[in-house]
Design a protein around this ligand. Structure first.
Ligand code: GDP
Length: 443
């Protein structure tokens, strides 16, 4: 099946790296070659492969080592992240651009599955309660018009056609007018393909595009295309500025390279994939799912994520411990607040007694409050900062701090209260941590 090779190569790469030490330029050399070879075999174009491998290497060297994660797993994680990135990032692409009606222009070479994809898209929209009109403009092949008419009948979507004797640009224009007249939510314009990229086809596409001003221009690409996919996508994107691609025949035994090239050469997302001949066989494209399908290493990545989460927790705990060990003056008060704002703030606060129900908004308020505290603490002299007792005892000192920091005396009083509260919380946390260490859950 598709990408079998790549997952086998990843296994080999992992064996080469092994479980000891860390990732280095040296021990990644062979594994990276392996990845490179596998991608080329999957028909990803050479420039795309080169850039990909380079990014993996840089990222792997720049990734901080996580305790409990062996370098081989770390390597898979980096490759996986870069694959997701290569295909457009973690979130699925926005399906279709808005429009009233949405006007979707289908572009692509002959035989790639463009007409089929037009029908699939119509069914997809219909299922999300959007009415459609299909427009047939391939005047060079009467069979293509018949095909669309039949597809339309099968899924109960009207098809607009004017036979083969009218200019395609005119048909497209009239088709969209008809769509407006009917009040449909979407008009899908199928166009003529050629066997190869040629100027006639691009010229016609440009003219149709100018005439109907589509919300989406989707390039239909056959997943079997292989190496040429990159050049093809680039040519169409330069000619008609596509908004995305539909990758067809993903159910076949293609080597899959096209999936990895679209985004890299055009900057545009793959929006859907065709996974069969039936009208239902269309799926939105999710880079994350695709990457895990390509690598076939889901378990490994789950392992990584668990280790990463537990490390974050440990970091937070360590901070709490530091917080308890230190003598607790205003400098500590500030430093701890800063730490909390910078790293794992939410987690830290949640570990504190009484703070476990904190919300984002409360946290924001807390941060704002902190800025006020900070201005007052900055206005203190060294003695006041390191020995809060002197402030608690002296009203004139508190007044001076208020004046110098531009706050009211009431704010200073509030700061003293916050300091005292945090100090006692530190005591509370100390107990909590000791209980945790002893293996007893206080809650
Ligand atoms: P067009 O010339 O680009 O309009 O291509 P067609 O829509 O006529 O499709 C060409 C052939 O590919 C037809 O036999 C389709 O049934 C087939 N086809 C289209 N999409 C898919 C797909 O996702 N999977 C498979 N297996 N076949 C497909």
């Amino acid at each position: 099946a598709m990408f079998d090779n790549l997952s086998r190569s990843m296994e080999k790469a992992m064996r080469l790296i092994g479980k000891d030490g860390t990732l280095t330029a040296e021990n990644m050399k062979e594994p990276l070659k392996e990845v490179r070879r596998a991608l080329l075999e999957a028909d990803v174009s050479l420039p795309v492969v080169r850039r990909f491998v380079k990014r993996v290497e840089e990222r792997a060297l720049g990734t901080k080592v996580i305790q409990g994660v062996t370098p081989d797993v770390q390597f898979v994680k980096v490759v996986s992240s870069e694959l997701i990135e290569l295909m457009g990032g973690g979130v699925g692409a926005k399906e279709l651009e808005p429009g009233f009606p949405q006007i979707i222009l289908m572009a692509g070479l002959q035989g790639v599955g463009k007409t089929t994809a037009a029908g699939k898209l119509a069914l997809h929209l219909q299922r999300s309660k959007k009415s459609c009109l299909l427009v047939a403009t391939d005047v060079y092949r009467p069979a293509a018009i018949d095909q669309l008419v039949k597809l339309g009948a099968a899924i109960d979507v009207p098809v607009f056609e004017m036979g083969t004797q009218v200019n395609p640009v005119e048909i497209a224009k009239r088709g969209v007018e008809e769509g407006r007249r009917l009040g449909v939510d979407a008009v899908i314009v199928d166009t003529a393909g050629r066997l190869q990229v040629d100027e006639d086809m691009m010229g016609e596409l440009r003219a149709i595009k100018a005439a109907v001003r589509p919300s989406d221009t989707l390039l239909v690409v056959d997943a079997m295309t292989g190496q040429e996919a990159a050049g093809l996508v680039r040519a169409f994107n330069e000619a008609v500025d596509i908004t995305g691609a539909i990758l067809t025949k993903m159910d076949g035994d293609s080597r899959g390279g096209a999936a990895l090239s679209v985004r890299e050469v055009s900057g545009k997302p793959i929006k859907f994939v065709g996974v069969g001949e039936r009208m239902e066989a269309l799926e939105p494209f999710y880079p994350e799912r695709m990457a895990s399908r390509i690598l076939g290493m889901g378990d490994m990545l789950t392992l990584y994520e668990k280790a990463e989460a537990s490390i974050k927790e440990e970091d937070a705990q360590r901070t709490v411990e530091r917080l308890m060990e230190e003598k607790f003056d205003f400098n500590d008060f500030l430093a701890q607040w800063k730490t909390m704002n910078n790293m794992g703030g939410m987690q830290m606060l949640k570990m504190m007694p009484g703070f476990n129900k904190i919300t984002e908004k409360q946290l924001y308020e807390a941060e704002k409050q902190f800025a006020v505290y900070e201005s007052m603490i900055s206005a203190m002299d060294e003695e006041e900062r390191t020995n809060p007792e002197v402030l608690i005892k002296s009203m004139s000192r508190r007044r001076r701090v208020a004046q110098d920091s531009g706050n009211s005396e009431a704010e200073v009083t509030k700061l003293m209260a916050a300091y005292t509260a945090m100090k006692s919380q530190v005591g509370g946390m100390s107990k909590l941590l000791k209980l945790q260490k002893a293996g007893t859950d206080p809650a």
